[in-house]
Design a protein. Structure first.
Lengths: 413, 184
């Protein structure tokens, strides 16, 4: 099984471009909020038919999920269906299965003339079909919108089995969960350090320290440690720095260090609990939780600890701040009427809005790489699973179904 | 006349002298011999120095069953109110016993682990558990136990005694601080 995952990670998907890289969308879609797009089931051209992980369904799911497209699915090219749904562009394709190999031809065409605008060819192991489909969906995103899609992004999270908690990584849509940690009983607070490395809190030595590990090999080493508590690491890729909370000078305070675990600097000096640091996307500022006024509230300070200001006032319990990739919002969980929900606020403290309003606790928000979605943990089904929602509270989608997933961190593309 | 006066005076003086002498003699006889002070060289109790070479990681000591029982009886789990690290009166009573026990066994080195109930966020509870452990350490050090013998850490809400609590009776079991005896 392990080998399969490595093969998946190190896949080289061959593709070639038939036509132009950028398609002038305005010619086909006018000013739709969500662009109508047709998706026609791919035709098998040789070998057995695919029974699961159908690439055209994966591509359609990706584009639909983004909220930027409204995909109409059909089994064959149907001009009247296109007309009814105002579809200017559609995707179709072919595939060939040969033993363990599969090759995909993906075409994007004009709906009225059926003219081919761009084609891509992918081939590889049949177990990589999902990766190929996600990659093509990203290319469609780029061709039509000129933006980077997040369909190849990953989510690292905690799987909780009784007293043991281990880190897993999965595709953003919940597929291919893979265990990363094998040591220690309690591994929590995972965060991406870069696309192939994570940092987290482990109790391997019977107390919390911060570790770093490779996603592909699982090889890990201790990074930030002392005889006291080290917890809640967060990285900024802009500065290659880590912020974390430690009790080495009293109770929990916020510290920073470089990604190698050197040059530690203490940023807060309160006789209160200061924790949950998270960087602004440009690395200038850090949002964090502090109970210096008696209850845990969210604060913002500069990356050197200066200019601290309070962000939240209403409600008595806030935690887990997460700064949006565009820098315009800070999401967090807020406890009201004995349950947590995900809320967001502008960095100047204005426009406090509630994002989730479902039964159970809804906590630990993390933003999609493009800021279009927030993944979070909900106990709405009685068990703990990761869900996705748009910041306007629409588009709720359940990502995990294991019933024991917690503390997600979404990769940056 | 003057010869007579001189005589009287001399007699009086001698009498007075005698009287004074007699008085002084009397006092000496009432004084008791001072008790002999026993002198003993004060030697500091022999305590092995604590090995701090690996002070960043904690290894639980291997105790024999009999001593383990003693530890459990004297270093008892302490419980806290919701979202609080203030020591309750029952905890203070237990800490008196713990402090005497630690005084009795100056070789012991302990780790105090703070825990929280499953409500609230994981991040904040890591800090709360730490504060609970520290409140106990502060009490014991004020009692005279050397701080080098007491380590603290926090498990936050990650290791409850009971999972999935629905009522306060269950939650209250999780808001606790436990001792572990460490290798020296």
């Amino acid at each position: 099984m392990k080998k399969v995952f490595f093969a998946l990670l190190h896949v080289t998907v061959w593709f070639c471009t038939v036509h132009a890289d950028r398609i002038n969308l305005e010619a086909y879609a006018g000013s739709f909020d969500s662009i109508p797009l047709g998706m026609v089931a791919f035709r098998p051209t040789g070998g057995p038919a695919l029974k699961e992980n159908l690439p055209w369904e994966i591509i359609a799911d990706d584009l639909d999920f983004s909220g930027r497209f409204c995909v109409t699915r059909s089994t064959k090219i149907d001009s009247s269906l296109f007309r009814t749904n105002n579809i200017g562009l559609f995707i179709d394709g072919e595939y060939t299965v040969n033993g363990d190999n599969v090759s995909l031809e993906c075409y994007i065409r004009e709906a009225t003339t059926l003219k081919l605008l761009a084609g891509k060819n992918f081939s590889g192991d049949v177990r990589q079909v999902r990766s190929m489909a996600h990659r093509y969906a990203n290319q469609v995103f780029d061709m039509l919108l000129g933006e980077q899609g997040f369909f190849e992004s990953k989510i690292v999270y905690v799987t909780d089995k009784g007293s043991s908690k281990h880190l897993y990584i999965m595709d953003y849509d919940g597929y291919f969960p893979k265990k990363i940690t094998s040591q220690g009983e309690v591994n929590i607070f995972p965060a991406f350090l870069d696309s192939s490395t994570i940092i987290w809190t482990s109790f391997l030595r019977g107390k919390p320290d911060i570790y770093t590990g490779s996603i592909s090999t699982g090889a890990s080493s201790i990074l930030i440690f002392s005889r006291y508590v080290q917890t809640s690491p967060a990285a900024t890729m802009v500065l290659d720095k880590i912020a974390y909370a430690s009790s080495k000078n009293g109770n929990l305070d916020i510290y920073t260090c470089d990604r190698g675990g050197k040059n530690h600097k203490q940023l807060t000096f309160n006789r209160s609990i200061d924790t949950s640091p998270c960087w602004s996307p440009n690395g200038y500022q850090i949002a964090f939780t502090s109970d210096r006024t008696g209850t845990p509230q969210v604060y913002i300070m500069d990356g050197d600890g200066a200019n601290t200001r309070r962000l939240t006032y209403e409600g008595s319990y806030y935690d887990s701040p997460a700064w949006s990739p565009k820098g315009d919002k800070i999401a967090f969980s807020s406890l009201r009427e004995y349950k947590f929900d995900v809320w967001a606020v502008n960095p100047d403290g204005s426009s406090l809005t509630r994002i989730t309003s479902m039964p159970g606790n809804n906590e630990y928000p993390t933003w999609s790489p493009d800021g279009s979605h927030i993944a979070f943990v909900s106990t709405r089904g009685g068990k703990s699973d990761i869900y996705c929602i748009r910041p306007d509270g629409t588009g709720l989608k359940q990502i995990t179904k294991s019933g024991n997933a917690k503390m997600p961190d979404w990769s940056k593309f | 006349m003057s010869k007579k006066l001189m005589l009287v005076c001399s007699v009086a003086c001698i009498a007075a002298l005698f009287a004074f002498n007699g008085c002084a003699k009397k006092k000496v006889t009432t004084l008791q011999e001072p008790e002999k002070v026993e002198e003993k060289q004060v030697v500091e109790e022999q305590v092995r120095p604590i090995d701090t070479s690996d002070n960043t990681s904690f290894n639980e000591a291997d105790l024999d069953a009999e001593f383990k029982k003693k530890v459990q009886e004297n270093l008892r789990t302490l419980y806290f109110d919701y979202n609080s690290y203030v020591l309750k009166q029952e905890s203070v009573d237990k800490l008196g016993i713990a402090a005497s026990f630690l005084n009795e066994y100056p070789d012991l080195r302990v780790l105090i682990e703070g825990h929280c109930d499953e409500r609230g966020s994981s991040e904040y509870n890591m800090g709360l558990g730490e504060n609970r452990a520290r409140a106990i350490k502060d009490y014991l050090t004020n009692y005279g136990i050397s701080s080098i013998r007491i380590e603290t850490t926090s498990w936050g809400k990650e290791r409850p005694v009971s999972y999935g609590c629905a009522d306060e009776a269950c939650h209250s079991q999780n808001r606790r601080a436990e001792y572990k005896v460490l290798n020296r």
